[in-house]
Ligand binder design. Structure first.
Ligand SMILES: [Zn+2]
Length: 591
């Protein structure tokens, strides 16, 4: 990640007490980063050598109720930023029977509280003094108090069976008083659920869109390792503690008695879909809340392959884009997504919504599934641009969005593969731009995606006879490891064809074809080939290349099952067998 606002560090820091595990020793320096909050001071993240938790030692807590406000920021949250399914998934970690009262600390807009009340039927409350909570209370009608929970009011409140503090504890410099308050408000057999960023994910190889929100410099103070979070929960007196490593985040549960939380229990997606549909229908038409819920619903339906059910949602989105932004959702190529990147959330929001990349990507997937390739291409190409624009304005405020990043790259993969079929001569340069990071954000496409795209484009170029263009892609392909999967077979075959027909190197061609044939034979595992006619094309080309390379006996071996059918190997494709016979006659192998 090239970022002027951030620099990775090495070496030892001063001796400090770790807020997570309380070990006192020299820290390990991790990185320097500018705070997203004015006056944008430089902050240093240090790691505890004992437990691996990381913390901004010189951090000053901002007054929570003043941060991350602004109308556009709240619209971003409703339309795209809120990972509602991820939040709700935590609620399914514990069995629901016996749960009557639910409390969420730092509930933000209040989607989980609202879901718990409307769908799960719990007596659900939220506590949050921030601007998102005020708006959520108004729009969703959930029960949210604009206050802080403290030990002083522990007696006034009824203890709850389930408590959630999602993405809260990382904002607090000392976890102990906070966890003591949670413990005091929990029933004897209740459970408190926590989610928080995982300190183990703070590594140079983590993608920028994941790392930025995880660090949230200026907002987050302590990033916990699994070990550090468990230590803090034990210190708060919880007897039952479960901490699950969820990649970039941690999910934890704690109880006064034994804790039977299991974070692998899945979210009930039917209930989630029901909730999205309900809010989408009840929210004011055209509002950020309505558009956000329609966008999430569209994603659910497309990912479930429930394409016919998408029509009403698409109609609602189409109407909102037209009435609020004058955009034609059916003509993504006419959307004003080119030109300089917008400079602020407000600038962007005047032109299009924050979930435009998601809306376009999901309808692109739908078009692809219905074989409407031209439409899919237009949608994916526009989705990639919309992704860049949204990420550009988020980065300007020290944030980013992992989902928008991922959809953007996947859209770019589809769009580039499509362009390569239309304009093969331009494909090599397009691939190179992705490799060096020439997109508007200056990022390189993640290597696994790029490697797959490059292989697919190369195979397509060779297959369509665009050998000059294929030749320009080939060096990167030849420098990469060929995998053992089926793509390895297609790729080996394409490399063989290029060597044979374009480079005039029959011997190297023979070796590529032989490699492809060996892989196919391994896949057939001694039985007859069920891979269609491909194995016969491979054998024919291997034999022909061998004969041209004056490797007569290898040519004969390769052609053998074509010339003398062997039931154990399968019946050859008659057309290929005929061609093979001609070549064999030319070289005196058959009469
Ligand atoms: Zn520690």
């Amino acid at each position: 990640m090239k970022d002027a606002n951030m620099e990775w560090l090495e070496g030892r820091g001063p001796e400090r007490r770790c807020p997570a595990c309380h070990a006192t020793q020299e820290t390990e320096r991790v990185l320097k980063i500018r705070s997203a909050l004015p006056p944008r001071e430089e902050l240093t993240l240090e790691r505890c050598a004992a437990c691996g938790s990381a913390f901004f030692a010189d951090f000053k807590e901002p007054a929570y109720e003043t941060v991350w406000g602004g109308d556009a920021a709240l619209s971003f949250y409703q339309e795209q930023g809120a990972g509602i399914d991820v939040m709700l998934a935590s609620l399914y970690a514990v069995p629901h029977q016996g749960i009557e009262r639910f409390l969420e600390i730092g509930c933000g807009f209040g989607f989980s509280v609202d879901f718990a009340s409307k769908i799960l039927g719990w007596k659900a409350h939220g506590i949050d003094p921030g601007p998102a909570a005020r708006l959520g209370r108004e729009l969703l009608g959930s029960s949210i108090d604009a206050t802080y929970l403290s030990l002083d009011n522990a007696d006034e409140r009824e203890a709850v069976d389930l408590m959630l503090a999602s993405e809260v504890i990382e904002h607090i410099a000392d976890p102990d008083p906070f966890l003591a308050v949670l413990a005091a408000h929990l029933t004897g057999n209740g459970t408190v659920l926590l989610t928080t960023p995982n300190a183990d994910a703070v590594r140079p190889e983590t993608s920028p869109a994941t790392l930025a929100p995880l660090l949230s410099a200026g907002y987050h103070v302590v990033l916990y390792s699994p070990k550090g979070l468990e230590a803090a929960l034990r210190r708060a007196g919880f007897a039952g503690v479960v901490v699950a490593d969820w990649g970039h985040s941690l999910r934890a549960a704690a109880s006064h008695g034994t804790c039977d939380a299991d974070f692998t229990r899945p979210l009930d997606r039917t209930a989630y879909r029901e909730y999205l549909a309900r809010i989408a229908a009840s929210a004011e038409a055209g509002s950020a809340l309505s558009l956000g819920m329609h966008g999430r619903l569209l994603k659910e339906l497309v990912n479930a392959g429930d394409y016919d059910a998408c029509e009403d949602t698409i109609a609602a989105v189409r109407a909102t884009l037209a009435s609020r932004w004058g955009l034609d959702f059916d003509a993504p190529e006419t959307m004003p997504l080119d030109g300089p990147l917008p400079g602020s959330l407000d600038d962007l929001y005047r032109i299009h919504p924050f979930n435009l990349a998601t809306l376009l990507y999901m309808t692109g997937t739908l078009a692809l599934a219905r074989n409407r390739d031209e439409e899919a291409h237009a949608r994916f190409a526009a989705a990639a641009k919309a992704s860049d624009r949204v990420r550009a304005v988020l980065r300007a405020i020290g944030s980013d969005d992992g989902e928008t990043e991922e959809l953007g790259w996947r859209a770019r993969v589809y769009a580039t593969a499509f362009d390569a079929r239309k304009s093969p001569d331009e494909a090599p340069a397009a691939l190179e731009r992705l490799a060096v990071g020439a997109d508007p954000l200056g990022e390189r496409m993640p290597e696994p995606l790029l490697a797959k795209l490059r292989r697919d484009v190369f195979i397509g170029l060779v297959g369509e006879g665009h050998h000059m263009a294929a030749e320009r892609v080939a060096p990167r392909i030849e420098a990469s490891d060929l995998t053992e999967d089926e793509r390895g077979v297609s790729l080996g075959f394409a490399l063989g064809i290029l060597e044979l027909n374009h480079r005039n190197s029959p011997k190297r061609a023979m070796n590529h074809f032989a490699g492809a044939r060996e892989r196919l034979d391994r896949m057939a595992d001694g039985g007859p080939h069920e891979t269609g006619s491909f194995v016969w094309a491979v054998r024919y080309h291997e034999g022909m290349a061998a004969l041209r390379a004056r490797e007569r006996s290898r040519g004969k071996t390769a052609m053998e099952p074509l010339l003398t059918p062997d039931a154990a190997y399968g019946t050859p494709d008659p057309a290929v067998a005929e061609d093979a016979l001609k070549i064999a006659r030319d070289y005196g192998l058959a009469r």
